[in-house]
Design a protein around this ligand. Structure first.
Ligand code: SAM
Length: 237
């Protein structure tokens, strides 16, 4: 057997996350963020997905295509340890692995079959826009959910860690935007920002108080004020 294996890209994830900053560190943390897996030919055949709608959740294997260069490291600094302590790469979910493969459980919302096109509408994911998908399998709770499993150094995050506030300007923008789009932008921003997307190293930087994040075609400007996330402004890119 040779030392490398080629995989087929079976589809591409289309998601509102246009940059890595702001994406939850695991799926399930921002449940209302939508996404669509657009399946590539020749895999976009209806029969290849027949009965998939019987499952509420799917395992999605994907390629971390957005990393700068795939330099794997034996030890990494997980954000959950504040970026200070190192653990082995295989004891982490780091993107800097020998093979840049990611694995996420996502919620299957619906399947849409059009002529020449098959779409899986999903939510509750952590996928950068344009992520190449290499496999999809049903999630089986009887086998995959292990109630007695231990979390190691990564205990479940507290829910809604930060309160999220909106400036009048940003609320006016959201009102206008939601009028045209089906998405509930306000609740999506709360679910993303309440998780505190800031990298560990910038949290202690007193100079760094304001941040920008791209979601859909929007530039979201926010700052930290009295331990609250405050959305200062939203503009269309
Ligand atoms: N749930 C996956 C896993 O365990 O393999 C991903 C975990 S990884 C810690 C999650 C981070 O990967 C996200 O916060 C996002 O910044 C990053 N990410 C998501 N899709 C990516 C992509 N296509 N390329 C590079 N980074 C990506």
């Amino acid at each position: 057997m040779s030392d490398s294996i080629n995989f087929n890209i079976i589809g591409i994830a289309h998601t509102p996350y246009k940059q890595k900053f702001g994406i939850p560190r695991q799926p399930g943390l921002a449940p209302d963020i939508p996404g669509t897996l657009v399946i590539n030919p020749p895999f976009n055949r209806e029969e290849a997905f027949r009965s998939i709608e019987e499952f509420s959740h799917l395992w999605v294997s994907f390629v971390f295509h957005g990393i700068q260069q795939n330099k794997w490291q034996a030890m990494v600094r997980p954000p959950r340890l504040g970026g200070n302590k190192k653990v082995g790469v295989f004891a982490s979910r780091s993107t800097h692995r020998p093979n840049p493969l990611g694995l996420s459980v996502v919620k299957l919302e619906s399947i849409e079959i059009k002529p020449q096109q098959l779409l899986l509408h999903i939510s509750s994911h952590d996928l950068l826009d344009q992520t190449p998908v290499v496999d999809i399998k049903p999630y089986l709770p009887y086998s995959d959910a292990i109630e007695t499993a231990s979390n190691g150094y990564a205990p479940a995050p507290e829910s809604n860690l930060y309160e999220v506030k909106f400036s009048k300007q940003s609320l006016d923008f959201i009102d206008r935007w939601q009028h045209q789009q089906a998405e509930n932008l306000k609740s999506q921003l709360v679910s993303i920002l309440s998780q505190d997307p800031r990298p560990a190293y910038s949290k202690d930087d007193p100079q760094r108080q304001s941040y920008g994040m791209k979601l859909y075609n929007l530039d979201i400007q926010f700052s930290i004020e009295n331990n609250c996330m405050k959305i200062d402004d939203i503009t269309q890119i």
